[in-house]
Design a protein around this ligand. Structure first.
Ligand code: GLU
Length: 285
């Protein structure tokens, strides 16, 4: 159920694995505007659990770009890499419920055995390791084989029953609507791996609850992931925020902007003489 907070709290939660581009600018400006429309506050959260790809200079870049856009947030900023012990505890709760199992499959093995694709188009994990004998699990864990811990979606769903979440849109002040979540279309997602006691899904639900987030504003490309998030919220007894999925900013070929596709960063645009107003005009309302 949505939280009963008197003061709306929203968040912008970029990952510092590159410089921000126009897609981030749109999401950030929309989040701060939505917070103002709702009479609430927008927080910044740095999502840097991927310690290989995330870099301190990109964190500095996020602060610089958002300040340039005229956006401000309360301090201190929540930084996910400070919180691995908290995510490990959440993972342990799921483990005690018998909902996590070790998976030793390689990417190639999963691709070869995949049972279709998940909503992001990745090979759907067919559950190969779910039925591994306990003795083999222990032996391979003790041997130090590369391991990922997956959520047993079937068992998790059986615990919580029917799952719904609340969506608002096209604007954040619209009347809430109820949607059904279908976590099974993701298969048994990875929540922890050797050396990293969390995943995007686990950290995001733990932190949205820790920060008292009442409204999550994020791109439509992340709508399907909400299936997993509401399931984890139920399993961990966390409140479920209201969700708003915004349109995506596309390039000239109609593709979503992405650091990996070399989309121009806000820093590049600034260097070319763009102003914050140029950015707002380019992304639109
Ligand atoms: N950190 C994620 C990203 O940069 C967004 C997280 C979210 O909105 O839940 O893509």
């Amino acid at each position: 159920m949505p939280q009963n907070s008197s003061k709306p709290i929203l968040r912008f939660a970029p990952s510092p694995n590159g410089r921000l581009h126009l897609g981030h600018a749109y999401s950030a400006v929309l989040t701060w505007r939505a917070a103002a429309q709702l009479g609430g506050t927008a927080l910044l959260r740095i999502e840097d659990i991927d310690t290989e790809r995330c870099k301190p200079e990109f964190v500095d870049g996020i602060y610089e770009d958002l300040h340039w856009l005229g956006l401000n947030w309360p301090e201190p900023v929540m930084v996910q890499s400070d919180r691995f012990d908290i995510y490990a505890r959440a993972g342990n709760r799921l483990r005690h419920l018998n909902l996590l199992y070790p998976c030793f499959c390689s990417r190639a093995e999963i691709a070869a055995a995949a049972d279709g694709t998940d909503p992001d188009g990745a090979p759907l994990y067919p559950g190969t390791c779910k039925h591994l004998h306990r003795g083999e699990q222990i032996e391979r864990l003790q041997r130090g084989d590369p391991v990922q811990f997956r959520l047993d979606i079937e068992a998790a769903k059986a615990r919580v029953g029917m799952l719904t979440f609340t969506v608002v849109g096209p604007v954040v002040t619209d009347r809430p609507q109820i949607r059904y979540a279908r976590p099974e279309r993701w298969g048994d997602v990875v929540l922890q791996r050797k050396g990293t006691p969390t995943s995007y899904h686990l950290s995001v639900v733990v932190d949205d609850a820790a920060q008292g987030i009442t409204h999550v504003t994020r791109g439509r490309d992340m709508e399907a992931a909400t299936d997993i998030h509401v399931l984890l919220q139920m399993l961990l007894s966390l409140p479920s925020p209201i969700y708003h999925f915004h349109r995506l900013i596309l390039d000239d070929e109609g593709r979503k902007l992405a650091k990996s596709k070399g989309s121009e960063s806000l820093a590049d645009l600034r260097a070319k003489g763009w102003t914050p107003d140029d950015v707002r005009r380019a992304v639109g309302p």
